[in-house]
Design a binder for this molecule. Structure first.
Ligand SMILES: Cc1cc2nc3c(=O)[nH]c(=O)nc-3n(C[C@H](O)[C@H](O)[C@H](O)COP(=O)(O)O)c2cc1C
Length: 359
């Protein structure tokens, strides 16, 4: 295969989303460019949410989906072998390419324009979307189920159930510390790190932007919480959700590493389809990741009251989406048309030069 094609595939691959833009991957290319291997870098995302690498596997699913779509566009088939090496759990996938007829997938262009938009979305009535195409986009992915809520009544209730997601960041030092480590405050930091989130990608109002630099100090947060900071943050989450056109949830039948990769592929497909329709998208995954963790160990770093609220939030979300117990909730998201354009997050492009042998 030509080198130029593998370069295009790598370019598409690393545009995938990842938790706080940690980019927990390394891609290595076969000497003859006939395939590539995707590795997990567990040290990149050590956040409380990334328990058992679930968030990273979701991200790897998105990487694989980008590669698959780009391969078809370049006239290649991509044969994906998940966790091919029993002696190396970090080897997430081998992907082998072969020539085939070019398929002009309309999602290809969206790989390059997709982003997370955290600004307020316009109310549902002024947004045009094709729900069938969004739902159909994930049909090829095995063992992942999608649930979409569009009724304003249900959306209002879902907004309340999700509120706790953002409050927790300002109530738990470990969660707070990791998030703020990933924030890039200026162009110099963006260029230096090539990862993390520029402060302008957080969808802050100018008044919030004035306060935000102080919020990186845990002592200030503790002080401000006496005046209701974490509650205000929860209210903002509710405000951003309560009148959106669509809130969705992707669920897995099997909560194992293969299931998480499939869920990541499905997330990327819905996200790209939304982008293709000119819509904006924000994942809300922190809370579902805590559902997963709470089933395996107590969430001891959180106050007991919050642990109970997390359990209650899961029950509420299950009821509102009408999801039965054969499925585990994993990836929440909102879709709509944002009032402002999102800005691009940086990527570490060293992988593009990192041509190592598959073996
Ligand atoms: C597993 C995973 C979890 C995420 N969780 C959230 C979330 O809870 N809230 C949010 O605003 N963005 C979330 N994101 C979006 C990432 O922060 C975003 O993809 C990353 O910063 C890169 O930016 P981009 O999507 O604009 O390319 C998540 C992404 C992934 C893959």
């Amino acid at each position: 295969m030509e080198k130029i094609k593998i370069e295009k595939l790598l370019e598409a691959a690393i545009l995938a989303p990842s938790g706080d833009n940690t980019q927990p991957w390394r891609l290595s290319v076969a000497n003859d460019y006939s395939g590539l291997t995707l590795y997990n870098l567990p040290d990149k995302d050590y956040s409380y949410y990334n328990y058992q690498q679930v968030a990273s596997y979701i991200s790897h699913g998105a990487v694989i989906e980008n590669i698959t779509i780009a391969a078809r566009y370049l006239g290649l088939s991509a044969n994906v072998e998940l966790f091919p090496n029993p002696t190396n759990p970090h080897q997430v996938a081998n992907i082998y390419f072969a020539d085939q007829e070019q398929v002009i997938d309309p999602l290809y262009e969206a790989i390059f324009s997709r982003s997370t938009n955290r600004f307020k979305y316009q109310p549902a009535k002024s947004t045009i979307y094709d729900l069938n195409l969004l739902a159909d986009s994930i049909k090829t992915v095995p063992e992942v189920c999608s649930h979409f809520a569009t009724s304003s009544n249900i959306i209002k209730k879902l907004a309340i159930a999700f509120m706790i997601n953002d409050s927790l960041v300002f109530e738990c030092q470990e969660i707070h510390e990791f998030l703020f480590k990933q924030i890039r405050w200026n162009q110099k930091q963006i260029a230096e790190h090539s990862d993390g989130m520029p402060v302008d990608a957080l969808g802050l109002h100018w008044i919030e932007k004035l306060m935000f630099p102080l919020m990186r100090f845990w002592r200030f947060v503790v002080f401000a919480n006496y005046f209701g900071l974490s509650k205000v943050v929860g209210l903002k989450c509710w405000y951003n959700l309560h009148d959106v056109p669509i809130i969705g949830m992707l669920c897995v039948k099997n909560s194992d590493r293969t299931g998480f990769i499939h869920a990541g592929r499905a997330m990327q497909l819905v996200w790209l389809e939304a982008t293709r329709q000119g819509l904006d998208f924000q994942p809300i995954i922190g809370l579902p990741l805590l559902f997963y963790r709470s089933k395996r160990e107590p969430l001891n770093i959180l106050p007991e009251k919050r642990q109970k609220q997390i359990l209650q939030a899961e029950t509420n979300l299950r009821n509102l989406f009408d999801i039965n117990f054969s499925e585990d909730l994993l990836i929440g998201f909102r879709i709509g048309k944002a009032i402002k354009k999102s800005i691009k997050t940086p990527r570490n492009i060293s992988n593009l030069k990192d041509y190592r042998s598959l073996n």
